[in-house]
Design a protein around this ligand. Structure first.
Ligand SMILES: Cc1cc2nc3c(=O)[nH]c(=O)nc-3n(C[C@H](O)[C@H](O)[C@H](O)COP(=O)(O)OP(=O)(O)OC[C@H]3O[C@@H](n4cnc5c(N)ncnc54)[C@H](O)[C@@H]3O)c2cc1C
Length: 376
């Protein structure tokens, strides 16, 4: 193949694209803003779904490597109300939705690529159309390259997206505050017991805590608050104690093992305002450029975004392999399936998000989980 392919972003989506292209004998270069693979903690557990994330890993020839990093029992889940009453429990099976650490998954993808595929420390700052579908890419380190195909796999705040679409992510009205409780079985045993081997949702109308057990006894929680951005901006998150007290103040009266997921850590909480692109985000075909993952369809977290990004990457690679140097045919085929797939996923994401953090929580989530539970 004579086409030069530049993938912007070494997240799970961009790396899956590069890997599946490599499986098909097609070279690509991934340009990543961060300085190295370890520049930022990747954190978090991801459940890999059979129909998208796992399918992508099969296409990447990495299914066995993925099975080796599954956290046993990690897919168990519980739903509590604010008083600590257990409303729903699913013991999990590690079958359909096994949980893996995001960092380990990313490492498998990185290790599967030829040396030099990822160019670290290359933050895209601009892209100029050269005609004929080619683009000139400029990076913050002064480098520039041209490519026949540019794939924006650069996440929520994509610098590639403006080539295709004027849309920008908008605040959803919900902010997650991220907390960690380390050595929890020893230091916060009641919280560790509540979380169990997998994860919990502790919910009340319009607020909640979702927490997951990570390797080495770490409890990683997202504290969800439906608040305007200026309320969040009014908290000084660099002041650990003050920020923790302000967030925990919203959970006064909650059962102690749940509230301790906010107060029992030793690190400053981190605010993560949740943004989303318009539902059904799409664009007209423009030669030589496309998007995948969050860059294409940022949606509220519902446990599927990373899976979707990986599936997009695998699908795009398969389309390129099938169409050879006819890149426009490959992109048209990829986008024909991408748009309806991501619109349906966004609808699902809003339903799950509302079940978790809407006016009827926690019962809305319990009803949802019962409706999707496999028949006994
Ligand atoms: C709080 C939270 C919890 C979540 N939990 C889950 C979950 O349990 N399961 C799940 O499936 N999904 C989950 N998601 C969603 C998931 O994290 C994303 O959908 C997924 O990471 C998207 O992958 P991506 O490859 O498209 O983008 P990203 O993972 O964002 O990767 C983009 C990459 O591009 C790089 N980059 C950005 N700008 C530039 C630039 N200008 N130049 C070069 N490189 C650049 C970034 O450094 C990054 O490495 C969650 C999201 C949030 C916010």
């Amino acid at each position: 193949m004579n086409t030069s392919i530049a993938i912007i972003g070494a997240g799970l989506g961009g790396l899956t694209l590069a890997r599946v292209l490599h499986v098909h004998g097609i070279a690509a270069t991934v340009y990543e803003a961060e300085a190295s693979a370890s520049a930022r903690p990747q954190g978090g557990m991801l459940d890999m779904h059979e129909h998208d994330g796992q399918a992508a890993l099969r296409a990447a020839g990495l299914y066995d490597a993925f099975r080796a990093i599954i956290q046993t029992g990690g897919d168990a889940s519980r739903v509590f109300d604010k008083d600590g009453r257990l409303l729903f429990e699913d013991g999990g099976s590690d079958g359909l939705r096994p949980e893996v650490p995001r960092a380990a998954l990313r490492a498998i993808l990185l290790d599967s690529l030829p040396a030099g595929t990822v160019q670290w420390g290359h933050k895209l700052t601009g892209a100029t159309a050269l005609g004929g579908g080619r683009h000139r890419l400029a990076f913050d380190n002064g480098a520039s390259v041209s490519a026949d195909l540019v794939v924006g796999a650069d996440g929520a705040w994509s610098r590639v997206r403006p080539l295709l679409s004027p849309d920008k992510p908008a605040y959803t009205g919900t902010t997650f505050v991220e907390t960690f409780v380390r050595n929890a079985d020893v230091l916060q045993p009641a919280s560790a017991e509540a979380v169990g081997p997998g994860g919990l949702f502790a919910l009340a109308p319009r607020q909640g805590i979702s927490a997951h057990r990570e390797p080495d006894g770490v409890l990683h929680a997202y504290v969800a608050l439906r608040k305007p951005l200026d309320w969040i901006a009014g908290i000084d998150f660099s002041d650990r104690d003050a920020a923790t007290a302000r967030v925990a103040g919203e959970f006064d009266g909650w059962a102690a093992p749940l509230r301790t997921l906010i107060t029992g850590g030793d690190a400053a909480p981190v605010a993560r305002p949740i943004h989303a692109l318009p539902n059904g985000h799409r664009w007209e075909r423009i030669a030589g450029v496309t998007l995948l993952g969050d860059a294409a369809h940022l949606m509220p977290p519902s446990g599927d975004g990373a899976n979707l990004a990986m599936f997009d990457g695998a699908q795009l690679a398969e389309a390129i392999a099938a169409h050879g140097d006819d890149i426009e045919a490959a992109l048209a085929a990829y986008e024909r399936e991408l748009f309806p797939r991501s619109a349906a996923a966004a609808d699902d994401a809003y339903s799950v998000f509302d079940a978790c953090y809407g006016d009827d929580a926690p019962h809305s989530l319990v009803d949802f989980l019962k409706s999707v539970a496999p028949a006994a």
